[in-house]
Write a protein that binds this ligand. Sequence first.
Ligand code: GTP
Ligand code: SPV
Ligand code: MN
Length: 601
Amino acid sequence: MRNIAPAISPPAGIGDHKPANQAVLDWVQDVAKLTQPENIFWCDGSDCENAFLIEQSLQQNVLIKLNEKKVPRSYLHRSNPNDVARVEQFTFICTPTKEEAGPTNNWSEPAEMYLKLQTMLKGAMRGRTMFVIPYIMGPADSLLTKVGFEITDSKYVVLSMRIMTRMGDVAIKRLGDDANAEWNRGVHSLLDVDPTRRFICHFPQDNAIISVGSGYGGNVLLSKKCLALRIGSYLARKQGWLAEHMLILGVESPEGKKHYVAAAFPSACGKTNFAMLIPPKHFAGWKVTTVGDDIAWMQIRDGRLSAVNPENGYFGVVPGTSYKSNPNAMKSIEHDTLYTNVALTDDGDVWWEGKDGAPPAHAIDWRGNDWTPDSKEKAAHPNSRFATPMGNNPVLDPDVEKGEGVPISAIIFGGRRSDTMPLVFQAFDWNHGVYLGATMASETTAAATGAVGQVRRDPMAMLPFCGYNIGDYFRHWIEIGKRLTNPPLIFNVNWFRKGKDGKFLWPGFGDNMRVLKWIIDRCEKSGGAVESPIGWLPSPHDVDLADLDVEHKCIVEILGIDHEEWQKELAGHQNFFESLGGVVPEELLKQREQLAARFKQ
Ligand code: GTP
Ligand code: SPV
Ligand code: MN
C-alpha cells in the first residue's frame, strides 16, 4: 500500500506552474517540510498536464483505459474496497468550543487535532509526488466565488478535481498576489488507506481542511463537501448567504416562461436525476435544464434568492442510471468520464446494475474479481460514481456561468421515506418551510459508510455537511427569510413512498415533471390545493396525470396523509428537537406546536 502513489518526474514545462502569492508558497513549503515528498508538482489544469497524468496513472494501475470506441477518453478507477463512501464517524468540525460545532457534528479542539494530524502526516509523502491544485468554486466572475488550493499525493484526486472544479490559472489569477487574500487551504494524503487512520477535518476559523487515509471522492475532493458545504456553510452564515446541498434546475414552459427551482435531497436520494429530468411526452414543449446537481450557493439579490452552482462537473451515483431513468446522464457519461468502482466488461466497456440491456455474461467486478450474472456479489459498488464535466450535459442551462446566479422561485425539500410523507405539499410560509427542512428525515444510503435504509432526521439534507451549530444554522435560515421581499415558495416531496406490496407507489424520474408542474403552477398562482394540517396538498385533479399508467387508488394514497402515521411523525420531530439539546430556535418550536394543534382541529 505504501507504493500506491510513487513519485513521477514530469518533463520540462509540466508541473512547474508556481503561483506568485507568497502565502501559498509559504504554506506549500510548510506542508512539504512536514510530509517530505520526493518532489512538488504545481498543477495548471492544462490539456498536456492532464494527458501526462493520465499516462502515469495508466502505468501505475491507478486507472484502466476503457474501450475508446465505446466510451472515448474515459477511464476506470478502483478504490480500496475499505474506502468506497464518505465516513461520517471520522468527519470532524474543529472549532475553539464544542458548542460552535453543535450537537450534530463530531468535534475536536483544533490544536489537539492539528497535532494528531501532523503526527500522521510526518514523512507521509516520502517517495511520492506532492501535487498543488489551484481551483475556484463558482463562475469565474461571481462575487460568491471562492479560491481553494488542494495539496494531495493522489493523481486520481488531481484528475477528478480538473473535472469537478475550474482548475488552474483562473484560480491563480483570481487570488492575485495579495498575501492576505481569502483562500481555502486543503491538505490531503492517502497515507496507507487504513480505515483506522482516516480523518476528514475542518477548521472553519482557519479556512482549512485536512483529510487523511482515504482516496474516495467525498472524502478527498476537498472542493466539494468539505469546502463548498462544510466550510462554505460557515462562511455563508458569517457573510449572509446560503451554502446548501441542493440541485438547481431551470424549467421553461412552452410559452417560454422560465422558473428556477432548488431542491435539497439527502445523498443518493435523487438530485442528479431530478436536475436532468426529461418531461414525459404529454408535456411536449416543456424543457428542464441543469444549473447544478449537488450544491447551491445562494445570495440575496433584489429581495430574491439567487443561486450559483459552485462546481464544474458531476460526481454522480452510477447504479440505476439508464436510458430509461436518466437519458441525459447517460449521454453525459458516454465520453470523457472518470468512473470509480463500476464493473469492467470483457470488451473494455463499463457495466453496472440497472444499466440498459442484459447483463454481460462475464465481467470484472468493482473489486477486480471475475463476475457473472450468477454471482452473489454486485458487479458495481452501490456507491460507484462517475465524474463528468458539466459541459457534457445535453441540457446544461445557458446561464450556468452567470456570476449573479439564477433567481429561485421555489425551494424543495425531500427525503427517501417509504411511508408518512405524501408525494408533494407546500408550506404555508417561509418559517413553516424552514420547519419542513429542519424536520426532514430520510433512509440512509450507500453514499456514507454504515447501515443502509435506516430513517434518520437529516435537516435540509445537511446533517453530514453543516459546518457549525445546527441551531445557529436554523436561525440563519429564519434570518435570511426576513431579508427576502420576494421569497421562494417552499415545498416538500417524496418520490419513495411504498404501497403495502412494498413497491414504489410513484414511477418517479421523468414523471416527477408532473409534481414540478404543480409547483410551478403554485408559483404562478394558478395551481389548486386544499389546506391540510401539514400544508397545502394537491387533490388528484390538481396534478396533471394524463397518460400516467398508475391506478387511481395509488394516486389517492400517495397524495394523501395518514393521521396515525403523522402522530408518530410529530413525536419524531419532538424527539429530534429534544436530542439537539436546546439549540432549536423558538420559531421552530412554535411551528411544531402549531402543527400538532392543526391535527387536533
Ligand atoms: P448524491 O450524489 O449522493 O448527492 O445523490 P443524488 O441526490 O444526486 O441522487 P441520484 O439522482 O444520483 O439518485 C440516487 C438513486 O436514487 C439512484 O439509484 C436513482 O436511480 C434513484 N432515484 C433517483 N430519482 C428517483 C425517483 O424519482 N424514483 C425512484 N424510485 N428512484 C430514484
Ligand atoms: C453525497 O454523498 O452527497 C455526494 C457524494 O454527493 S460525495 O461527493 O462522495 O459526498
Ligand atoms: Mn450529494
